[in-house]
Design a protein around this ligand. Structure first.
Ligand code: FAD
Ligand code: SIN
Length: 531
């Protein structure tokens, strides 16, 4: 089965939907999402979206904060471009119907988060992502030029490789002609031929046992580009959010937004000590990498399962007004946030690296763009500044739509693409093998490639992962496609990239901290702790 479309967009979070709405003004869009279009990381975003709105804030201040958080590893030109284009993109979101909270004077109620020197986070209470997702999904559902394919899983990109040519990472003329897409309800594989293909497939949180990401975040787009021989970079920079609700066994982990610390909540250990002051002069509002590592160290040296986030000293009414969802969730666990400190632990949250793209979101494969969390634009460097990712997604979706729309009329469909070959495959006898290997991958990454790393742990992780890689490839070759098997394969691919890039970085920088090369990112007064 073959389907032709001008634009194939894979992924329906803020990046995919924003791109689709703009591209649909120029051509026909096919939007594929592996589950319903509303289940995305975007939906869970709490804190909000960063943008400079009023004085005393300025672009220069936002640029400086982003560069400092990124530990000097960001691309300054990209930072300048994204920060200065974001107010226009915010205005577009508002004109599409996204509602951000305002004060009684009509101005936006701007929140502050770790690493920001000004209040600049636009938000809707503590469920900003849900509002953005609902608004954009609704627009897309009603757009006459967009065909929505829910429960359609993109498996692999189509390149010259599929006509029998040798394609390797040194080739500069690799072209993308579309993708093979599995309808997970009928189990049929479609060949989608597209002039432009856009991956907006989000992050990789499910590489870890504890993550704030929903189960869809399995790094599929990154793995597809890697297999198609595109360039992937900066995979070692995985951001652990310092404060997810401690609730063993719950997936995804419920996020306790950093905006709560911006509002005055403070981190304490189980003896009631405000331990962050020992680690950083910015205390509970230091950048995320510093806070997550400090919590990790504190928990390991004390043998505690969690630390506490205390908001009991804050104004009760204002607290409940600003953070109703957090209050509700905690209350369901018998925690009254106006009276009890909240038990929190770090959780895998965001990937700073991904598919290397240019300033218009195009990857190193021609006619293939990547936007949103799956991309590596140079904005975040070695550590993302809070609430800069939604901003990056809308700025790059806009730029990718501009660039690809200009070129769409010059691109021809590739007519002679072979259909997906199912010869020699059958149903896997035991799905338990897939489930078990998935858990083992998470265990390996969590135990050996977490917040604190070492050469020994990384080498061990690679050896363990290789065994699972071989087993899974064997199973893949002889099995009908299934979403779970493909996700496992993708997680193994991205896990390999994380370990490889972490092993090659012989320094501690931002989110990559190794006890073998502690350097300037060593926390004061504490040794990195072995586990
Ligand atoms: P997503 O929103 O994750 O969407 C990915 C899409 O791709 C989904 O539709 C998925 O089904 C689809 N997909 C994936 N693989 C395939 C495949 N193989 N085939 C078909 N479809 C596929 N950032 C901020 O800036 N501010 C915040 O306040 C904030 N809070 C956050 C809170 C939480 C709990 C989490 C998890 C993240 C938060 N982030 C925040 C980060 C931010 O939400 C994400 O980086 C951003 O939403 C990613 O958007 P995206 O469009 O790139 O991907
Ligand atoms: C949060 O609300 O703390 C998450 C913000 C982000 O990840 O940018």
């Amino acid at each position: 089965m073959v389907k032709n479309t001008d634009f194939l967009v894979v992924g329906s979070g803020i990046a995919g939907l924003s791109f689709a709405l703009k591209a649909a003004e120029k051509g026909r869009v096919c939007l594929a999402s592996k589950v319903s279009i509303d289940e995305t990381n975007t939906k869970y975003a709490q804190g909000g979206i960063a943008s400079v709105m009023y004085e005393p804030d300025s672009f220069e201040k936002h640029i400086k904060d982003t560069l400092i958080a990124g530990r000097g590893f960001s691309d300054e030109d990209v930072v300048r471009m994204v920060v200065s284009e974001s107010p226009d993109r915010i205005n577009e979101l508002v004109s599409m119907g996204v509602v951000f909270d305002r004060n009684s004077d009509g101005k936006y109620d701007l929140a502050r988060e770790g690493g920001h020197t000004e209040h600049r986070i636009l938000h809707h209470k503590d469920n900003t992502g849900e509002i953005i997702q609902e608004t954009l999904s609704d627009k897309v559902r009603n757009h006459p030029n967009i065909d929505i394919y829910e429960h359609h899983f993109a498996v692999d990109l189509i390149t010259q490789h599929h006509f029998g040519e040798e394609v390797n990472r040194r080739r500069e003329d690799i072209r993308c002609y579309g993708a093979y897409v599995l309808d997970t309800e009928s189990n049929k594989v479609f060949t989608v031929l597209s002039k432009i293909t856009v991956l907006a497939t989000g992050g990789i949180g499910n590489l870890y046992q504890t993550t704030t990401n929903p189960v869809i975040a399995t790094g599929d787009g990154i793995a597809m580009v890697y297999r198609a021989k595109g360039i992937i970079e900066n995979m070692e920079f995985i951001q652990f959010h310092p404060t997810s609700l401690y609730a063993p066994g719950e997936r995804p982990s419920f996020l306790i937004t950093e905006a709560l610390r911006g509002f005055g909540a403070v981190l304490k250990n189980n003896d009631g000590e405000q331990f962050m002051d020992r680690y950083d002069e910015r205390g509970s509002l230091a950048p995320r990498d510093v806070v997550a590592r400090a919590i990790d160290t504190e928990m390991k040296t004390r043998g505690d399962d969690y630390v506490l986030l205390d908001c009991t000293h804050l104004n009760k009414n204002e607290l409940l007004e600003h953070f109703p969802n957090i209050a509700r969730k905690c209350s369901s666990m018998d925690i009254d946030i106006t009276k009890d400190p909240i038990p929190v632990v770090p959780a895998a949250h965001y990937l700073c690296g991904g598919v290397k793209v240019d300033t218009y979101g195009e990857s190193t494969i021609h006619n293939l763009y990547t936007v949103g969390e799956a991309s590596s634009t140079g904005l975040h460097g070695a550590n993302r500044l809070a609430s800069n990712s939604l901003m990056e997604a809308v700025v790059y979706a806009h730029r990718a739509a501009l660039s690809s729309s200009e070129r769409i009329n010059d691109i021809e469909f590739q007519p002679s693409v072979p259909e997906w070959n199912t010869k020699g495959t059958s149903h896997p006898e035991e799905m338990v093998l897939v489930t078990q290997n998935y858990k083992e991958v998470q265990m390996i990454l969590s135990n050996y490639v977490g917040i604190v790393r070492s050469d020994l742990r990384l080498a061990r992780a690679l050896r363990r992962l290789e065994i699972i890689y071989r087993e899974t490839e064997e199973l893949y070759k002889k099995s009908f496609l299934s979403r779970r098997l493909c996700e496992l394969r993708n997680l193994i691919n991205v896990g390999y990239l994380v370990i490889k890039m972490a092993s090659e970085r012989h320094e501690s920088l931002g989110l990559h901290y190794t006890i073998d090369y502690p350097g300037k990112d060593e926390l004061p007064g504490k040794e990195g702790v072995e586990f």
